[in-house]
Write a protein that binds this ligand. Structure first.
Ligand SMILES: NC(=O)c1ccc[n+]([C@@H]2O[C@H](COP(=O)([O-])OP(=O)(O)OC[C@H]3O[C@@H](n4cnc5c(N)ncnc54)[C@H](O)[C@@H]3O)[C@@H](O)[C@H]2O)c1
Length: 369
């Protein structure tokens, strides 16, 4: 047997496996969903020396054509039905970049067919969807990487590591936000699903899942409960039929007692200070502006601020590189099923608190992660 034709999948969650035949030289890959994100992921896949794009899937013919042109090097087959892609034996790795409500069903089917999965965030928009992926992942013993690519940022990883080691003492509070200047384009490429809460989950679940994941990461835990209020206060029934909120004001509590205050909105004027995203971590000995300066501000009166981790080049497709390294040599997974599920559930917890207008407990979600 040719040793070069083996992929050893190391680590406790993934059992060793041998691939024989042609595809073993290059990892047969499929991309399901060839919209904004799918096109970007596809570029990342093509950049890798050890991949072969076997299949592409989208229900929109123009996007499928565009993707097929981008991947012409590999002459991939194209499909409108994602199940045909999953059925293919020569597909080893599947990227899922469809609207969020479809992720869970597709990921479960891909696991059942023995595929490695890179699944865009959020991995589900309801606790039941997340639960289904967690269960499938636990028994599948295949690589699962959630599209929480902040987890592959080097500067952030270094800064989070130092905070977790205690550089600002015990983390006692986090204040974070994700503000935008306007709604996403109503006639844009995602306009046909975004404003339906059952499909996107809304801004908190679809976008702030990145920010809330970073909060969990730096605290080193998931919250135990959440409360807060939200609504569609500016974009009322705009576009018509809208069921997603345009703002969220939330408080989360962690097992240590640490508190997280989080806001999201899409009406922060361009010229108003403190827009966009930030994440301040407060510890007993100081605070850190984590996104993206990593400046640490000690509480001691005479102490000067200093950078926790230097700015560095963040390769655009580092998370995709990490996915393939997990498959080929069992490298550490930056955003495994626990990370992906916890991130999604944290957003879902906040969403449920706003919808139910009460304190919602993590245990109420009924997912064991
Ligand atoms: N990680 C990130 O930073 C990041 C950034 C943007 C988007 N995303 C995520 O990527 C996913 C897609 O977002 P997007 O911005 O690319 O949206 P998009 O609307 O541009 O693309 C989604 C694509 O999925 C296709 N699709 C819909 N139903 C399908 C089906 N049943 N089978 C096959 N294809 C189907 C659509 O036709 C569309 O082309 C979302 O989950 C989003 O949250 C992640």
């Amino acid at each position: 047997m040719n040793v070069n034709r083996r992929y050893f999948l190391l680590g406790s969650a993934v059992s060793a496996r041998v691939v024989s035949g042609q595809a073993a030289d290059r990892i047969g890959t499929a991309v399901i969903g060839a919209g904004n994100r799918g096109a970007s992921l596809l570029r990342g896949v093509i950049e890798q020396p050890n991949t072969k794009v076997i299949a592409l899937c989208d229900i929109k013919a123009d996007r499928l054509d565009k993707a097929a042109t981008a991947a012409a090097r590999d002459n991939p087959a194209t499909y409108a039905d994602w199940r045909r892609v999953i059925e293919r034996k020569d597909v080893e790795a599947v990227f899922i970049a469809t609207p969020p409500h479809l992720h869970s069903e597709m990921a479960v089917a891909a696991f059942q067919a023995g595929k490695h999965i890179y699944c865009e965030k959020p991995i589900g928009v309801t606790a039941a969807q997340v639960r289904a992926v967690v269960r499938a992942a636990r028994s599948a013993k295949r690589v699962f990487v959630a599209g929480q690519q902040l987890r592959s940022y080097k500067q952030l990883t270094e800064a989070v590591g130092k905070i977790r080691e205690g550089v600002i003492g015990e983390v006692i509070m986090v204040k974070a936000q994700r503000h935008a200047v306007a709604d996403i384009a109503h006639d844009g490429t995602s306009g046909d699903w975004y404003f339906d809460v059952t499909k996107s989950g809304g801004y908190l679940i679809e976008q702030s899942v990145h920010n809330l994941d970073a909060c969990n990461w730096v605290v080193g835990a998931h919250p135990t409960r959440a409360c807060g209020f939200g609504g569609a206060l500016l974009y009322k029934n705009d576009p018509p039929g809208r069921t997603i909120f345009d703002c969220a004001n939330l408080v989360y509590e962690y097992p240590s007692g640490a508190k997280l205050s989080f806001t999201q909105n899409v009406f922060h004027p361009r010229t108003l200070p403190n827009g966009a995203q930030y994440l301040y971590v407060f510890g007993t000995q100081g605070a850190v502006d984590l996104l993206y300066s990593t400046m640490m501000h000690p509480r001691a009166r005479e102490a000067k601020p200093s950078e926790l981790a230097p700015k560095q080049k963040e390769p655009e497709h580092a998370h995709i590189v990490a996915f393939y390294q997990c498959i080929t040599n069992g490298a550490p997974n930056p955003a495994d099923i626990t990370v992906g599920a916890t991130a999604a559930l944290t957003s879902i917890l906040g969403h449920e608190a706003m919808v139910q207008q009460k304190v919602v407990n993590w245990s109420d979600l009924g997912v064991d992660v």
